[in-house]
Ligand binder design. Structure first.
Ligand code: FAD
Length: 292
């Protein structure tokens, strides 16, 4: 009796961290502080996002190339189909290959807000992530990860279409999927059951997004269920960032603990370029820095 539910967690898990490319010098310093703090946890890879509308092409490349050059980490570059021809995407992919980057997170991408939220393929571009995966694979033998949606992509024609689409991406050469963030373990495990029933055996890493800003999460949630108990947990904290961050770490660690109990051993963290949350959650899961 009296033993913490975290006490039994031996740290036999793999973690990966996602960052976004910084816009300013101050944000750059914050990103590198986060990378430096999280690196000792030996992530299996770290990924860098690509801004909506393809707006961060140079910044994503510069960040990924610097990680490849200056650290022992294995960087993954996000790449989208938005506002680019196949030739332009091939050029970006070539630059990554030449910089020693071997892992791409291939996405369709979201359109710039000016386009009214509807994705319209570039006339000489890729129409979907599955097409992008095939194009990248034909070019270089990249390791490729793709997106998956436990609660179904908002544009999907049906649950089955969305699952078929994930299968197309894996059949085209991707070897791993990373999920959209979620807070309902039931939604994730129901999705895993369907994935397995569809004959997919690639790892489906849960994307863990600690709730650093509950109001923003509520706005961004799309199809993502925000359970009532989570809402209650963050009640009244919108204007209290300190307590909110502490509650967020506990809530994310508890989500991971329940996923661990269900057999999950591979976790992907949306860090938002801050180390504290991801580090605290890893600590509670039993992950410790490797001795240098
Ligand atoms: P796709 O897999 O192409 O699917 C999009 C939708 O279209 C799905 O509903 C699918 O079922 C449907 N669809 C696809 N092909 C067909 C077809 N032939 N017929 C009918 N329906 C079809 N966005 C960014 O801009 N930059 C990022 O760095 C970024 N990183 C992300 C990382 C992760 C882990 C995740 C989960 C998402 C990320 N996103 C990013 C968001 C992503 O770009 C959006 O969710 C986008 O709307 C869909 O991208 P996708 O790769 O899942 O598209």
């Amino acid at each position: 009796a009296g033993v913490s539910p975290f006490a039994e967690l031996p740290g036999d898990i793999a973690v990966s961290f996602e960052f976004f490319p910084p816009k300013t010098e101050k944000m750059d310093a914050q990103l590198w502080d986060a990378i430096t703090q999280l690196a000792p946890l030996s992530p299996s890879f770290v990924s860098v996002t690509y801004g909506a509308g393809g707006s961060t092409r140079e910044r994503t490349h510069a960040t990924v190339a610097r990680i490849a050059r200056e650290t022992d980490l294995r960087p993954a570059a996000h790449l989208t189909c938005v506002a680019a021809s196949k030739a332009e995407i091939a050029e970006v992919a070539d630059q990554y290959w030449q910089a020693g980057v071997r892992h791409i997170v291939a996405l369709r991408g979201d359109p710039p807000p000016a386009d009214g939220g509807t994705f319209v393929p570039h006339p000489e571009g890729y129409a979907s992530a599955a097409d992008l995966v095939a194009g990248l694979k034909a070019q270089h033998d990249f390791e490729i990860s793709v997106a998956a949606y436990p609660e179904v992509h908002p544009e999907a024609l049906s649950d089955q279409h969305d699952l078929d689409n994930l299968k197309r991406k894996l059949d085209a050469g991707a070897t791993r999927a990373i999920t959209q963030f979620f807070y309902s373990t039931d939604a994730y495990f129901r999705f895993l059951d369907k994935v397995l029933a569809a004959g997919i055996d690639a790892p489906i890493l849960p994307g863990i997004m600690p709730v650093t800003n509950f109001a923003a999460i509520r706005r961004m949630s799309g199809n993502t269920e925000i359970p009532g108990w989570l809402e209650t947990m963050f009640e009244g904290l919108d204007e209290r960032p300190g307590p909110r961050a502490l509650v967020a770490a506990v809530a994310a660690a508890d989500l991971c603990r329940r996923l661990y109990e269900g057999g999950v051993r591979d976790f992907h963290f949306y860090t938002l370029n801050r180390a504290e949350q991801a580090y605290a959650v890893c600590q509670l899961l039993g992950v410790r820095p490797k001795e240098a």
